[in-house]
Design a protein around this ligand. Structure first.
Ligand code: BG6
Length: 305
């Protein structure tokens, strides 16, 4: 940034932020270094020139979280502690560190995935409706949600490392860097009080699967009996499949055809590939284009980071 400035590449003629800088995570390695970096950025660039990129925000399925929540009238009334039991946000990867050992060993899953991608997704799932889709209206609501997170308690966090990680190139032989984390986050606000958000991420897992799953509350009593025994009724689950097989599915209970009253689970399923006959573009394409267009909606703001 200092060199860009001394080469006079950070000009803002007439206050127009026509030169823009994209910054990618991790934003420092702890609170002190993150603040130092923010101060450095603040001295060289105006906020309107600063684009803190998080490629998850460029994913169609992540952007669709807000459209799904606020473009349909039937979900938002249920989107709170009265109807939702818990929320799970999972980013599982089957790949390992794949030649990025040196970077990854200093970063670990918390700074590689959780503080950025998962918290961004969580903010979109849990935030209040913005007054418009202008950059700051959306980012104000996200920051408000982040403000209401209860500080993490170590008793609610599990960390692990996949077997063989320490043998990877660039990884310390005695490394304790976590490649997996599962944690419970609580949001201290009117909408979400008492509803756990379970965040999970890891590499070297059985499958690649990123999804948000909203688990609704169970029905209040045992209504469907068979042979005098209670038939368990699974609660409704709404799954937003971020990737792969991008789509949305809702699990609900249905009568199983037959001459008795048996109940079972069925799914209503929407797939992007089936619904829209066009390929989903790369997240970075969209974000680089937005940066050139001067649209900061899908970029993190200083206070959010
Ligand atoms: C990057 C991380 O930000 O996201 C990588 O640095 C990770 O470690 C990648 O593999 C995952 O992105 P995606 O789009 O494949 O979920």
């Amino acid at each position: 940034l200092e060199q860009l400035q001394s080469a006079e590449l950070l000009h803002e003629p007439d206050g127009e932020p026509w030169s823009r800088v994209i910054i990618e995570k991790p934003f420092g390695s702890d609170l002190a270094s993150a603040k130092e970096l923010n101060t450095l950025v603040g001295k060289r660039l105006s906020e309107s020139q600063t684009y803190r990129i998080d490629h998850y925000l460029g994913k169609e399925t992540v952007q669709n979280i807000l459209v799904f929540r606020f473009g349909n009238s039937i979900f938002e009334p249920l989107w709170n502690r009265n109807h939702i039991d818990h929320v799970e946000i999972t980013a599982a990867e089957s790949i390992q560190v794949e030649g990025r050992g040196r970077f990854y060993d200093q970063t670990g899953v918390l700074r590689d995935i959780v503080q950025n991608h998962l918290l961004q997704v969580m903010a979109l799932v849990a935030m209040e409706p913005p007054v418009s889709f202008d950059a700051d209206d959306v980012r104000n609501e996200k920051v408000q949600l982040i403000h209401s997170l209860r500080p993490m308690e170590m008793g609610n966090v599990v960390r692990a490392q996949y077997r063989g990680y320490q043998k990877g190139e660039g990884v310390a032989a005695d490394s304790r860097t976590p490649t997996y984390v599962a944690m419970k986050m609580m949001v201290e606000n009117w909408r979400w009080q008492g509803v756990p958000f379970y965040l999970r991420a890891g590499k070297g897992l059985a499958a690649k699967e990123t999804e948000v799953s909203i688990r609704f509350r169970s029905i209040p009593l045992c209504l469907f009996k068979k042979d005098n025994a209670c038939q368990p009724v699974q609660p409704n689950v709404l799954t937003l499949r971020i990737q792969p097989e991008e789509g949305i599915s809702l699990r609900f209970v249905s009568k199983v055809p037959g001459d008795d009253l048996s109940v079972g689970n069925v799914h209503m399923d929407m797939s992007y590939a089936g619904a829209f006959q066009k390929p989903i573009s790369e997240a970075y394409e969209r974000l680089l284009l937005d940066c050139m267009r001067g649209n900061q909606t899908l970029f993190a703001r200083r206070d959010g980071v």
